[in-house]
Every structure is written in structure tokens, then in C-alpha cells.
Design a protein around this ligand. Structure first.
Ligand code: UD1
Ligand code: CA
Length: 453
């Protein structure tokens, strides 16, 4: 089967410089969703018809298995398909999809493909409460499809038809060339309508069949930001339902956003307003508190992520405690049982088994061993203004509060760093390290008082 995706339209009503099919749904271009679905059907040829913003579209969804056909002027859906013809295999049928209809499921497309087989012309139709704006399916007394008539060309009577053309069709390819070549644009919009091919097919003795999708939302297109927002909600609700069906607890399925893939083990629980991006894996018994943003992360079993935690490009082992208000940046690797608490930022650093940084700390470009206690307000000074350097802290080190570690620096196993120390030289195993300074007290000190004006 060939698949042609129409994506040349400009999408005026989006009121945006970005071509319509590149607007993101769940963080990815609308067209990328359609291409994904097309791929699940293993097409022999996959052709995207581009026009408006063609270069940008090519750049953003280009892939070795995708070919592009250029439609210079948008003269109609029939004309658009015509531009793809030279790239198609004439011996197999052609399925036409729309780049701005992102949620069609492969199961519905398969129903259409099966109904049409190799010889028939198939139209995916749906019966709706409000058919305004769509092409109507006109049937004869016997119920056979006669033609499709566009809203703007329809009679009063035809406009009352509730069965509409979703736009998705499948057609034998060999005959398509002559059918498209014979299209006229003497209609209300002055366009070459793909819908008129139905009559050509009937005239040449090809049977026209229809199939229906599982759900009406599968056929909804995006023409405006309002429709884009509506489809985003439908998509997110579908993702949430799939998570619930897989046994994930969602405190409110209406308040989770997944922009990528979220894989969950058993008994995972997710509180409200969390955003998951890229590839995120949560192992068994992970709990995620409210308002967390988690992107490209792997989280081990039993780990607890408390409220307002941000994670990107990081991993945590089993039974880790994170947050509230923790931030893991790319390259943060937390071993089992580690704790990273409030206002602690970890970047490009390993935190060993059971190590804890519970308060107000920056750990960057560091290798921290097991059972290390990182006191409140500890800062790894990893940047000298030109280059980044590593800090190495071996097992069982105790770092007192308000410590600065000026990298590159190595602190040996079991070292104790006194509170308020600046460590700029390596410290050998087992030592106590502190900066010499003395505490001075003066008796009877009088605090300044505000002058009266
Ligand atoms: C089309 C159908 C209509 C159907 C509706 C479903 C025709 C004539 N009408 O109408 O029966 O009910 O879709 O949503 O086919 N495109 C191009 N090049 C063009 C024109 C369009 O690539 O020259 C692309 C658009 O980018 C869009 C799709 O084709 O992705 C549909 O075009 P649009 O103008 O929205 O068609 P409708 O008038 O909605
Ligand atoms: Ca449309």
C-alpha cells in the first residue's frame, strides 16, 4: 500500500507563522503523529505532500522512509494527491491521510483498508450531530454511495445529511491518474476536489464502499488553536485512560500531561499537574507528588518524588527520596537509597548508595561515593569562569553545612569537613578538614538604633 499525507495547506486560522501541520500536539508536530500511524501500516511508499512552509516541514519531519512531493499552489485536495502520483507504486492501493488530522487510530484505518481491498474505492465516513462544513455522503435509494458533495456546493436537502466525509480514502492507484486528470474546478471554491473522484470511480465501474472509525474524535482535524487545544485534551485523556487501565493511580486523570512516552511498573501513583516529556520510565511502587516536571528519566522501584520536583536527563535508583523542590539536571545519577531534598540541584554528578543532600545545595560535575552526608548549603565550585572541573568525594565523607568545594578537588574516604569550610586542596582519607578562623565575642555590644527624623 502507498500512503499519501496531505500537508500543503496553510492553516490561516491558526494565526501563526508556523505551518499548521507543525503545531505541536503532545509536544510533537501534528504531522509527526500522522506519520507514526502511517508507519504502523508498513506502507511500501510514504509520501507527504508539502506546500506552505515546505522547507520547514521537510526539515522537521524528514526521515529516510518519507518522501516529499511539492504542491506549489494549493489548488485543492485532488490536485494535492496528483502531485504525489509519480512517487507511488501503481500496483498497490493508495491510502490518503491528512497532516492536520492527528488522532486517527490504525485499527480504524485497517477497517477501511480491509473493506476496500485491492479493487474498490473506500471512504472513511462518520455520522455526526453537526455536519456543517464537511463534505456530505450522498447515497442512492439502495444505500450505495453516489457522490460526495462539499458544504458550499450542497443543496438544502444535501446539507441535512449527517454522514460526512472524513477526507480519508483508499483508492486503486493505476486508475487514479486518469481520474485525477479529469477533475474540474467548476465548483464553489474553484478547487480540484479529491471528493469528485468518487463519481469517476463509479463511472468506471469501481465499487465505492465506506467504513467507520471506532470514535468520532479520530477524524477531527485542526484548523484553529481552539481545535488544537480540544484535540490535545482528547489525546491526553486517552493517554490517561491507558495508564489507568495499566493499573497506574492518577489522582486526577484530567490533570496529567504526557508529551512522549511514560512507562510505568506496578502500583505507580501520580498526583495532579505532573508533566512527563520525552522517555520516562517509572518502576514499581514509584510515587510522584503534585506539580512535578519529568523529562527523559529512569526512576527505580519504590522511589518517592515529592512535590515540585524537576527532573531532566537523569536517573534514580531504587528507594530514592527526591524533593520537594529538588532539581535533577542532565547527567545526574542517583544510586539506591539516595536522598536529594529541597532546593538541591544536581548536574552531571553521581551520588552513591545512601548518600544524602537534603537542603539548599549545588552538586555539579561530581563523583560522590556511598553514605556521604552533604550538609545544607554545600556548593561544588565547578566552574572557574572558563572550564568545568570535577569534585570527587569518596565513601563515608561527612560534609558540614556551608561548605565550598573548589574543583578540581578530591576528598578521601571517611573525611570530616567542618561547617563553613572552603576546601581547595585534596584531603587524605580519614582527616578532619577545617579553615583556621577564630570566633571573637565582645561583651556589652550596643546595636545601632534608627535615627528619629
Ligand atoms: C476536505 C474534504 C471534505 C471533508 C473534509 C474533512 C475535499 C474537497 N473536501 O474539506 O469533504 O469533509 O476535508 O476534514 O477534499 N490540502 C492540500 N492541498 C490543497 C488543499 C488541501 O495539501 O490544495 C490539505 C490541507 O492541508 C489539509 C487537507 O488537505 O490537510 C484538507 O484540506 P482542507 O482545505 O481543510 O479541506 P476541507 O475544505 O476541510
Ligand atoms: Ca479541513
Amino acid at each position: 500500500m502507498n500512503i499519501v499525507i496531505l500537508a500543503a495547506g496553510m492553516g490561516k486560522r491558526m494565526r501563526s507563522a508556523l505551518p499548521k501541520v507543525l503545531h505541536p500536539l503532545a509536544g510533537r508536530p501534528l504531522l509527526a503523529h500522522v506519520i507514526d500511524t502511517a508507519r504502523t501500516l508498513s506502507p511500501t511508499r510514504l509520501v507527504v505532500v508539502v506546500g506552505h512552509g515546505a522547507d520547514k516541514v521537510r526539515e522537521m519531519v524528514g526521515a529516510p522512509d518519507v518522501q516529499f512531493a511539492l504542491q506549489d499552489k494549493q489548488l485543492g485536495t485532488g490536485h494535492a494527491v496528483q502531485q504525489a502520483l509519480p512517487l507511488l507504486d501503481p500496483s498497490v492501493p493508495t491510502l490518503v491521510l491528512y497532516g492536520d488530522v492527528p488522532l486517527t487510530r490504525a485499527s480504524s484505518l485497517k477497517r477501511l483498508i480491509d473493506a476496500a481491498g485491492a479493487e474498490r474505492y473506500g471512504v472513511l465516513t462518520v455520522t455526526v450531530d453537526d455536519p456543517a462544513g464537511y463534505g456530505r455522503i450522498v447515497r442512492d435509494a439502495a444505500g450505495k454511495v453516489k457522490k460526495i458533495v462539499e458544504q458550499k456546493d450542497a443543496s438544502e436537502e444535501e446539507r441535512r445529511i449527517a454522514e460526512i466525509n472524513t477526507g480519508i480514502v483508499i483508492t486503486p492507484t493505476r486508475t487514479l491518474e486518469t481520474w485525477l486528470a479529469s477533475l474540474k474546478n467548476d465548483n464553489a471554491q474553484g478547487e480540484f476536489y479529491l471528493t469528485d473522484v468518487v463519481e469517476r470511480a463509479i463511472d468506471s465501474g469501481v465499487e465505492v464502499v465506506t467504513a467507520q472509525p471506532d470514535a468520532e474524535w479520530e477524524t477531527l482535524g485542526v484548523n484553529s488553536k481552539i481545535q488544537l487545544a480540544e484535540l490535545e485534551r482528547i489525546h491526553q485523556r486517552n493517554v490517561a485512560n491507558a495508564l489507568l487501565e495499566a493499573g497506574v493511580t492518577l489522582m486526577d486523570p484530567a490533570r496529567i500531561d504526557v508529551r512522549g512516552t511514560l512507562e510505568c511498573g506496578a502500583d505507580v501513583s501520580i498526583d495532579v499537574n505532573c508533566v512527563f516529556e520525552g522517555r520516562v520510565t517509572l518502576a514499581d511502587n514509584v510515587t510522584v507528588g503534585p506539580n512535578c516536571v519529568i523529562r527523559d528519566a529512569t526512576i527505580g522501584a519504590g522511589t518517592r518524588i515529592d512535590a515540585y520536583t524537576h527532573i531532566e536527563g537523569a536517573s534514580a535508583g531504587a528507594n530514592v527520596v527526591l524533593g520537594p523542590y529538588a532539581r535533577l539536571r542532565p547527567g545526574a545519577k542517583l544510586s539506591d537509597e539516595a536522598h536529594v531534598g529541597n532546593f538541591v540541584e544536581v548536574k552531571n554528578a553521581v551520588l552513591g548508595h545512601g548518600s544524602k543532600a537534603n537542603h539548599l545545595t549545588y552538586i555539579g560535575d561530581s563523583d560522590i561515593g556511598a553514605r556521604v552526608n552533604v550538609g545544607a548549603g554545600t556548593i561544588t565550585c565547578n566552574y572557574d569562569g572558563a572550564n568545568k572541573h570535577r569534585t570527587v568525594i569518596e565513601d563515608d565523607v561527612f560534609i558540614g553545612s556551608d561548605t565550598q568545594l573548589v574543583a578540581p578537588v578530591r576528598v578521601g574516604r571517611g573525611v570530616t569537613i567542618a561547617a563553613g569550610t572552603t576546601v581547595w586542596k585534596d584531603v587524605a582519607e580519614g582527616e578532619l578538614v577545617l579553615n583556621e578562623k577564630s570566633q571573637v565575642s565582645k561583651a556589652g555590644y550596643k546595636r545601632p538604633v534608627k535615627k528619629k527624623s
